[in-house]
Design a protein around this ligand. Structure first.
Ligand code: PLP
Length: 329
């Protein structure tokens, strides 16, 4: 049983990431501040290389491998942002990378990962069946698995975003964090609470299949039924064998807020109309929660915009839907 990562591991990750990830912009949002009744800063992490923060965790995990492990190569199961991040980080490091996916993963996502030089293994019709292929490659080919969230080096890498927002906004009172498996929230919370213990940490998920929310309530990992959501990158379980993120968030997370699909759509539309940026559903839940009146005005608040990788047709439909735009007025 390895220990949970803390400030020391996150500082070390930050050093490992220099020159490999972007320090993304933090920009005040006067309109959201008006809605909340307190200053709001948006962290534009959707401008990260590969279009999501996941490059931080993947890059740190690769940097932490021994030369012998790097020579063997890495593997993961993914339908999206983590697979893309690991493929990019592996190419930069000259490491072989296998990404296993089910045949339900759309061709455009498959192609984006293949274009980064990763080997694609299409296997089965679910994430679980694709995971079985990763297990087989690890056992037979000696590949090293880099999972998307429940891994100390991945969590420490995501935590560097917490150090960045403390640099960007020293008088921080509250952080709004999109929440799925909890690698991002655990890392950011560990960094922020270590430096500013009074800071409120709020996780935000969709109300359909919010696995971490259900697991925190039950006090153990629980399975939830997966449902289609605009916040597709927040889908999936936390793993019944969860070792780090659940325990860390039990200690570090102050609240979880859940959003409806209409509220998430309004967040995406707000990002486009008011801020001029394209943000995917899972990345827009911070602004969405403020617009929905579900966040307390306790002081300077940072909302993390975590990803840009949205299907263009879906995005165009949402940002031009009069019923959604009306919710912004
Ligand atoms: C993965 C992801 C999240 C959630 O991160 P976890 O570490 O799984 O909680 C949030 N936003 C985007 C865009 C993501 O890709």
């Amino acid at each position: 049983m390895s220990a949970h990562p803390g400030l020391a591991e996150i500082e070390r990750a930050r050093a490992a990431l220099v020159g490999r990830v972007r320090h993304t912009p933090a920009r005040p949002s006067p309109q959201l501040a008006e809605r909340l009744g307190a200053p709001v800063v948006l962290k534009h992490e959707h401008e990260q290389i590969t279009g999501a923060f996941k490059l931080r965790g993947a890059t740190n995990a690769l940097a932490r491998l021994s030369d012998a492990e790097r020579a063997r190569g890495v593997a993961t199961v993914s339908t999206g942002n983590h697979g893309r991040a690991l493929a990019h980080a592996a190419r930069e490091a000259g490491v072989r990378c296998v990404v296993a996916m089910s045949r339900l993963v759309p061709a455009n996502k498959r192609d984006a990962i293949a274009a980064l030089g990763a080997e694609i293994a299409i296997h089965g019709a679910s994430q679980d069946e694709a995971q079985a292929e990763v297990d087989r490659r690890v056992a037979e080919d000696g590949l090293v698995e880099i999972p998307p969230f429940d891994h100390p080096d991945v969590i420490a890498g995501q935590g560097t975003l917490g150090l960045e927002i403390l640099d960007d906004l020293p008088d921080l009172a509250q952080v709004l964090i999109p929440l799925s498996g909890g690698g991002l929230a655990a890392g950011v919370a560990a960094a922020v609470k270590a430096r500013r213990p009074g800071t409120r940490i709020v996780g935000i998920s969709m109300d359909r299949g919010a696995a971490m929310h259900a697991s925190l309530a039950a006090g153990r990992p629980v399975l939830v039924e997966e449902a289609r959501s605009l916040a597709d990158s927040l889908g999936g379980g936390i793993g019944l064998e969860n070792r780090h993120t659940l325990a860390m968030l039990r200690d570090l997370m102050d609240e979880v807020v859940l959003l409806t699909e209409d509220e998430i759509a309004a967040g995406m539309a707000f990002c486009h109309v008011a801020e001029g940026v394209v943000v995917e559903g899972g990345g827009a839940v911070g602004p969405a929660a403020i617009l929905a009146g579900k966040i307390r005005p306790i002081g300077p608040t940072v909302a993390l915009l975590t990803g840009a990788n949205v299907d263009p047709t879906q995005h165009a439909r949402i940002v031009s839907d009069p019923a959604i735009l009306e919710r912004l007025a």
